[in-house]
Every structure is written in C-alpha cells, then in structure tokens.
Design a protein around this ligand. Structure first.
Ligand SMILES: [Ca+2]
Length: 197
C-alpha cells in the first residue's frame, strides 16, 4: 500500500510537473514562420519587408514549410519583424531560434523591455544552407518585452539571412528541484516496500 505521505508527494509532484509542462509552451505566436498566417503574428517594418520563403537561395526551412527571409537591398535596408510578449517581472526566460545563410548578410536580434535593451546580438549568415541555433537567456524587468529581428546588411539583394523556429519560454523555477526530490522520496518508499515483500 502507498502511504498517505507517498500519495501526497506524488500528487504534488504530478501537479507541479503539469505546471512545468505548461510553462514550456512558447509564449510567442507565429514562431514556426511557415506561412503568412505565422507572419501575421508579427509586426513587419522597414522599407524592405522580410517575407516567408520556402527554400530560396539554397536555404531549405530549418523546420516545417518555410522560414523568414530578409530581403534588403541598398535602397531599402533595415527590414524587421517584432512582437511584444507579456512577461512577468523577475521571471527568467529563454529565447531560442535558428538563423541560416543564403549567401549575404547579417541581422541582429534585440529583446527590450521598459525602453532598455536586455539583449542585443548580431549574427552573420554567409554560409549558404547552414542553420545555427541561438539560445539567449534574460530576466524580465517589465511586464512585457519587445522581441525584434532586423537585417543589418545594407545590400543583401534578397539573399539576407533566414530565421526559423523562434520560441520564448519561461525558464523552469526552483520548484522543479522540489519535484525531483518528492519523486525521489516516493520512489524510495515504493522500492523499500517491494524489497520487503
Ligand atoms: Ca519553419
């Protein structure tokens, strides 16, 4: 028989695990960047508008049917996509995405909150057909953050970098440690019970 403590520990553990699983869902909309319905979740700006590509200039999608391709040229630089995401002050978050090369160019990602930049990072993507994963952590200092990807190359002639599979998740809190402790206690109790039979 499972005693009351073990039952309580398992119940709490399952509850917290369920909460943790929910926290893993991406807080961003349209992060798959597979088609224009994904793109609609983003604000698009700059005089050269980024567009969904399904595999132009030697770069296949990192996942799914498409990715976001930067399309700048000398006359119209600075295309960007951005999205404002509600967050909790003090909570840690992880932004993940892939950037890939189509021959020319660079871009930068910024995460800003309350008017100040939490992250600014540039990346170049000159190697055609290669995707690289970026993992960026930050702690929210305001109730929302603006996540923005912008082309920095002046003349990429439609061959600017690609962006794909963007996600933003809350980094698991210390309660995760409690879960494993509880599971360990419960597991030990069960093991002892079986061993004594
Ligand atoms: Ca995709």
């Amino acid at each position: 028989m499972v005693n009351k403590f073990q039952l309580l520990a398992l119940t709490v553990a399952i509850g917290v695990l369920s909460h943790a699983a929910q926290a893993e869902a991406s807080l961003l909309a349209g992060g798959a960047l597979d088609d224009n319905s994904d793109l609609a979740a983003w604000t698009i700006g700059g005089s050269s508008l980024p567009a969904i590509s399904n595999g132009a200039f030697g770069l296949a999608p990192q996942a799914g049917a498409g990715y976001l391709g930067f399309t700048g040229n000398g006359l119209n630089p600075g295309g960007f996509v951005s999205q404002t995401v509600p967050v909790s002050i003090g909570q840690s978050y992880r932004l993940e995405f892939y950037w890939g090369g189509r021959g020319i160019g660079g871009a930068q990602v910024t995460v800003s909150g309350d008017g100040s930049d939490l992250i600014t990072q540039e990346f170049t993507a000159d190697t055609i057909g290669v995707w690289t994963k970026a993992i960026l952590d930050f702690q929210a200092t305001s109730s929302s953050v603006l996540i923005k990807f912008q082309e920095t190359t002046v003349d990429s002639v439609n061959k600017g970098p690609g962006i794909d599979t963007v996600s933003l998740v809350a980094v698991p809190e210390p309660t995760t440690i409690i879960v494993w402790s509880l599971l360990g206690l419960a597991g030990t109790g069960i093991w002892r019970r079986k061993a004594s039979v």
